[in-house]
Design a protein around this ligand. Structure first.
Ligand code: SF4
Ligand code: SF4
Length: 380
């Protein structure tokens, strides 16, 4: 059978899907899931608010039943746009936003700004953004979360983590003080991430996935001059019908996952993604995603965090690769550039092209130096 031989070749190459469960016989659907111990009833497909500047797209998502919206203080005008789009609908939606602040005063100032921009007097979920090492969640920041809760401005609190998800889940479960985690999770990751999510969910933590589309690479257009190499070869490899919706179905067949926040930029994506949940995860989905894995292996960082701090010159490798994904995969160049500009000036001065031997060896096969050179060409 063609599918079996294809799967065998990927297994040989060590890049097969990290399947933990047999494909579900029934579709996920849009039936609400309970977000851990918060008790909030969220649709499995959430709206990643960074993806659009069109209020009409939000309205369409709500019409189709989506009730969970994730945004962030750092997503340009996303909160402001949502504030306008959700006027009169506040009680119908669960809003999560986040702060990247590192001090109590800055975080509380961000909270007030978020409330003002979103035109609401409370948030359902407020999160500390992009915590990839346990020590980044300082006692001061944990205390701020509790202050916000006690003030009534926030119902539940959490952290977001692009990298090191199993480690961060374990650390936060041990430490307490958060109700929810927004975690990087997709079909390219190892089974240990799925297992960590299961354990955390069993312990009552609400789990929302981000990066479900593994960088959104299937949306790259043939004409996209920003992508290196051969765009037409890329399109041939990736423009397979349904690869993106298969990625959503893959994530949501994990019933320990309460929702995924997917950035959607237009009506077509909203409708396509909602429709995706009416189909079960299938052998065809697995085939599509396996084909995608083979392409992504040298290009897409799996967010394991193993190379953080490894570059002896000081390049924050996982961060740089994430910014490159914003530009190439999601085609959100402003977000990529803004994120890059927030790095310390010393890190921005380094050029991997001038470095003769790279000390970073990715266990997942990412061609780190080549990808960093590309990132610096695009963003520096
Ligand atoms: S580049 Fe490789 S080692 Fe570094 S975070 Fe990504 S997957 Fe992990
Ligand atoms: S190429 Fe050099 S500067 Fe760039 S990440 Fe590797 S070791 Fe660091």
């Amino acid at each position: 059978m063609e599918f079996q031989s294809s799967r065998r070749s990927f297994l040989t190459a060590g890049v097969a899907l990290p399947l933990l469960a047999a494909p579900q016989a029934k579709p996920t659907g849009m039936a609400h899931r309970t977000l851990g111990k918060t008790g909030l009833k969220v649709t499995p497909l959430g709206f990643g608010g960074r993806g659009t500047s069109e209020p009409g797209v939000i309205a369409r998502a709500l019409d189709l039943g989506i009730n969970f919206i994730d945004t962030g203080r750092m997503y340009q005008n996303s909160e402001r746009m949502l504030g306008g789009a959700l006027k009169g609908k506040r009680k119908d939606v669960i809003i999560a936003t986040k702060t990247g602040a590192k001090t109590r005063a800055d975080a509380l100032a961000d909270l007030d700004t978020s409330l003002r921009e979103l035109q609401t007097d409370y948030l359902d979920i407020w999160q500390l953004h992009n915590k990839t090492r346990p020590e980044e969640v300082t006692d001061e920041l944990l205390e701020v979360l509790q202050i916000a809760k006690k003030s009534g401005k926030v119902r539940f609190v959490g952290i977001t983590s692009h990298l090191n998800v199993p480690k961060m889940l374990a650390a936060m479960l041990k430490r307490g003080g958060v109700d929810v985690m927004l975690a990087g999770y997709n079909f390219t990751l190892k089974p240990e991430v799925t297992q960590a999510i299961r354990s955390a969910r069993q312990a009552g933590m609400g789990i929302v996935a981000m990066k479900v589309l593994a960088g959104g690479f299937a949306r790259i257009q043939n004409s996209d001059a920003r992508f290196e190499g051969s765009p037409s070869a890329l399109v041939r490899t990736l423009k397979q019908d349904g690869a993106m919706t298969a990625a959503i179905r893959w994530a949501l067949k994990n019933e320990s996952l309460d929702a995924c926040a997917v950035a959607m930029s237009d009506f077509e994506q909203v409708e396509e993604n909602v429709k995706a949940l009416s189909q079960p995860y299938s052998e065809n989905d697995e085939k599509l995603l396996n084909a995608k894995l083979a392409f992504l292996r040298p290009r897409y960082c799996r967010m394991c965090g193993a190379c953080g701090g490894v570059c002896d010159k000081g390049v924050p490798v996982p961060d740089m690769l994430r910014f490159l994904t914003y530009a190439e995969g999601y085609r959100d160049f402003p977000m990529a550039r803004q994120s890059y500009l927030e790095l310390p000036a010393e890190a921005r001065r380094i050029r991997c092209a001038d470095c003769q031997s790279c000390t970073v060896d990715c266990p997942n096969g990412v061609q780190v130096r080549a990808r960093l050179i590309r990132a610096q060409e695009l963003l520096a």
